[in-house]
Design a protein around this ligand. Structure first.
Ligand SMILES: NC(=O)c1ccc[n+]([C@@H]2O[C@H](COP(=O)([O-])OP(=O)(O)OC[C@H]3O[C@@H](n4cnc5c(N)ncnc54)[C@H](O)[C@@H]3O)[C@@H](O)[C@H]2O)c1
Length: 273
């Protein structure tokens, strides 16, 4: 269903890898609400070629960019402004990767070269994207910039490993840069903290199925899906949320405010009553 919430708006979506990706669903939802999208992902992710399918369906060009490379990001912002014929209204940073998670390194034995790589990709790239857009004065008044986070930034999930620290850093960048963007030209910057979601990045975390099932049983509304997240992203890019900024916004079915649920309790009370 379209309400035309993003009619007349245009922007960049980072991180659509395949049809499971949160960014993929977001790009589809933005398009269906009348927004114009330019897609980008790391050149290496493009090799699989799946992004071309999305590009055709939603009529969105693709400009490859490694989000850790300032040269790539500058070329991307230039390309977007050229394609849209001026400034843009929204940026979705939907990027995450930890080499330590990928290689199964325990948190107590982190490889620091890998840690730096994951931090750069997952957190610092958010700053880099915003700095490039800032230097080129690329954002329209009342624009909106979003990153995606996870509850492990606030609470401990041992197997989320160094991604927990990366998410804390990402959320902090949203607050710090959000101040400057607000003062400069009323642009808002937020992170959405999403339920565990079965995607390529999500499934790479050890014990992921356990995370998903536990969170679902703990959350009164159940886990938020990638489509739910896409809809939230649409509202955050729309004019209905103009003064929401510097926030970490939970899209998690209530999980973040739960202590314990009856469903989870039941698992520990077998044989009683
Ligand atoms: N899946 C979950 O459970 C979950 C929960 C909360 C938050 N998130 C966050 O949502 C975001 C999107 O992840 P997803 O779950 O859709 O998984 P995904 O694997 O579909 O997306 C991750 C994307 O990051 C891109 N990427 C990696 N390195 C890059 C680089 N150097 N430059 C540019 N792009 C790069 C990948 O190509 C991929 O498209 C991430 O920030 C992730 O941490 C995911």
């Amino acid at each position: 269903m379209s309400n035309g919430l993003l009619e007349g708006k245009c922007g960049i979506v980072f991180g659509a890898l395949n049809s499971d990706s949160i960014a993929w669903k977001a790009a589809e939802a933005i398009h269906s609400q009348g927004g114009k999208v330019l897609l980008t992902n790391a050149p290496i992710a493009m090799r699989m070629g799946e992004l071309n399918n999305l590009s055709e369906v939603i009529d969105a060009p693709i400009i490859p960019a490694d989000a850790t490379s300032l040269d790539d990001l500058n070329a991307l912002i230039d390309g977007a402004m050229e394609y849209f014929g001026g400034k843009i209204d929204f940026i979705l940073h939907s990027i995450g990767m930890s080499v330590n998670v990928r290689k199964g390194k325990h948190y107590t034995e982190l490889n620091y070269d890998w840690l730096q790589k994951g931090w750069d990709v997952s957190a610092v790239s958010f700053h880099k994207v915003m700095q490039c857009a800032w230097n080129k004065d690329a954002m329209n008044e009342w624009g909106s910039i979003l990153g995606l986070s996870y509850m492990a930034a606030q609470r401990t999930f041992p197997d989320y490993n160094d991604m927990a620290d990366n998410k804390s850093y990402l959320e902090s960048i949203a607050r710090s840069f959000g101040y400057h963007w607000g003062v400069k030209n009323n642009v808002r910057v937020n992170t959405i903290s999403q339920s565990p979601t079965p995607t390529t990045a999500g499934s790479g975390v050890k014990g992921f199925d356990g995370f998903v099932a536990y969170a679902d049983k703990m959350s009164p509304l159940g886990n938020a899906t990638a489509e739910d997240c896409a809809n939230y992203i649409v509202t955050m890019f729309s004019d209905l949320t103009r003064r929401v900024t510097m926030q970490n916004l939970y899209n998690d079915g209530g999980f973040s405010n739960m202590g314990v649920s009856n469903m989870v309790m039941q698992q520990f009370m077998e044989g009683e009553g």
